[in-house]
Design a protein around this ligand. Structure first.
Ligand code: URA
Length: 192
């Protein structure tokens, strides 16, 4: 599995399927051990910090995510983290991070290949972008956060994106409770 993922990431580093490739500097890899991970977590796209360090969730959203994972009884090392989009979408002449949009279809194919290699039992989608890519456009995080969905053989647990709690602080308590339930689910106790 690791060799296949290495080869996949070599291909991703050379990808020219969308215009984001032109500004790619430091390709952002996956993070974690896919063979031991309790779950695969899928975010949206890298921002400036992720590009700087070459790993997903390396900035403020990553700090939030680590705190939420701790509530599930998990460290970052216990999960495998990846994104739908692999290069940093920007606006304002490269100064600001932007929510990915037109690059999702071509980049999402890389995620499909990654999931086909790992074949995870449980995928935690973080925010709307990964939820919609994996489960379908009809799903919305506002309606199905914390619930158990299926996509093929995979159990999908949609969670709010950790950054949502930075912009909407009232979501923090809900996200904390849902990560606690996630820990319960991953220990084999169902989603309660
Ligand atoms: N937000 C994401 O969705 N992914 C990252 O890697 C960082 C922030």
């Amino acid at each position: 599995m690791l060799k296949k993922l290495d080869n996949l990431y070599k291909d991703i580093a050379l990808c020219t399927k969308c215009p984001l490739a032109a500004d790619r500097t430091n390709p952002v890899r996956d993070n974690g051990d896919p063979e031991k991970a309790a779950a695969v977590l899928v975010g949206e796209a890298p921002g400036a910090n992720e590009v700087k360090y070459g790993i997903p969730f390396a900035g403020e959203a990553g700090k939030k995510l680590s705190g939420y994972l701790a509530l599930a009884g998990l460290a970052r090392e216990d999960v495998y983290i990846t994104n739908v989009v692999r290069c940093r979408p920007t606006s304002n002449g490269g100064r600001r991070n932007r929510t990915p949009s037109r690059e999702i279809p071509s980049c999402g194919d890389w995620l499909n290949s990654e999931l086909a290699i790992i074949r995870p039992k449980t995928v935690v989608t973080l925010g709307n972008i990964s939820l919609k890519w994996i489960c379908g456009k009809q799903y919305n995080i506002g309606n199905c956060h914390g619930k158990l969905l299926k996509a093929g053989d995979m159990a999908i647990i949609p969670m709010y994106h950790p950054a949502a709690a930075i912009y909407r602080r009232e979501l923090d308590e809900l996200i904390r409770a849902e990560f606690q339930k996630l820990g319960y689910y991953l220990k084999g106790n169902g989603l309660c």
